[in-house]
Design a protein around this ligand. Structure first.
Ligand code: ATR
Length: 299
């Protein structure tokens, strides 16, 4: 698989997709989707679509006019992408944000918005890392787009308790409020807390804050972790390192966001192509590529 080019641009008859965002230069998504396409024999041409901050809609519309079939959306356009779609999956509605668009024709109902971040995270934790969420106590840090995208699917796993903690408590409260009915439906106790007051001994800690990007410290104390807990940062590469080092120093199992990245991509690919790729060999290859280089770390 090492010989697969980063994109299959220009492949004759290939359907076009892209990751749309700003910045997108360092996105690993074209690489991941090229590997999926090669593995499944799908004619997919997946590139990067750099969108000016004030012209996301126009850039996307132009891409569709060129015959594109779908795209992934990254920062800072996930909320705008959600609003542009005619139809939304229930998990996108909970997140109020989309990381995946499928450009279905008007006659088929129009553009479909999905959010595959949460199911990607859940698959990485429960399948790749082999750590169950059901019945466990889970702490999710951050109340921005990253956390909004994963909260609903985490609740679906039925943890015994889920605490959402954020520097700005009101943002955590608003996100919790939006998910409260979903939590009740799944028998999950869901709380919003301040970072200084998260509680103790969680089985799973997920960092969805941007603290490490700004060189900030891990925003909670070591008491938040149970011995041998799973501590996962949604970032990967150098940006995740301070959190992973901290987690290991506490005796936790540390995990970065690379598995989540590959799993959310697989879910998008499945939505577009109706074929599910095998993520294990792609994640293994990406791991060697990422650990052997020093990429920046977009989520
Ligand atoms: P994203 O869409 O990537 O989640 P975002 O919407 O800007 O980005 O959210 C960033 C998250 O990281 C927020 O929860 C933010 O906390 P606030 O809501 O209080 O701003 C959190 N964050 C950023 N820097 C942080 C730091 N140094 N310590 C703790 N939390 C931080």
């Amino acid at each position: 698989m090492n010989s697969i080019p980063d994109t299959l641009s220009g492949a004759i008859g290939a359907d076009r997709y892209a990751v749309a965002g700003n910045p997108v230069a360092h996105s690993r998504s074209p690489r991941i989707h090229a590997l999926f396409a090669a593995q499944t024999g799908q004619a997919v041409d997946y590139g990067r679509l750099l969108c000016p901050l004030d012209a996301f809609k126009a850039t996307l519309t132009g891409f569709v006019q060129q015959g594109a079939r779908g795209c992934n959306i990254t920062v800072p356009f996930k909320f705008e992408a959600f609003e542009m779609a005619a139809r939304h999956t229930p998990r996108a509605v909970l997140a109020q944000a989309a990381n995946t668009l499928r450009f279905d024709a008007q006659a088929e109902g129009g553009w479909l918005a999905d959010n595959t971040d949460g199911v990607g995270l859940v698959r990485d934790i429960t399948v790749n890392a082999g750590v169950p969420i059901q019945g466990r106590r889970v702490l999710l840090l951050g109340a921005g787009g990253a956390s909004a995208g994963v909260l609903g699917p985490l609740i679906e796993q039925r943890p015994s308790e889920l605490v959402l903690a954020n520097r700005t408590l009101d943002k955590a409260r608003a996100l919790v409020e939006r998910h409260q009915a979903w939590a009740a439906q799944h028998g999950v106790t869901l709380h919003a807390r301040a970072l200084a007051d998260v509680g103790e001994a969680f089985d799973v800690l997920i960092n969805g804050t941007a603290a490490s990007l700004g060189g900030g410290e891990v925003p909670v104390g070591a008491q938040a972790l149970k011995p041998h807990a799973l501590a996962l940062d949604m970032m990967y590469g150098p940006a995740a390192r301070p959190f992973l080092d901290w987690a290991r120093a506490q005796g936790a199992t540390a995990r970065d966001g690379l598995g989540m990245l590959v799993e959310q991509a697989a879910e998008s690919f499945t939505l577009w192509r109706g074929v599910r790729p095998d993520t294990a060999p792609v994640l293994a290859l990406l791991r060697t590529e990422v650990d052997g280089t020093t990429p920046e770390a977009p989520r």
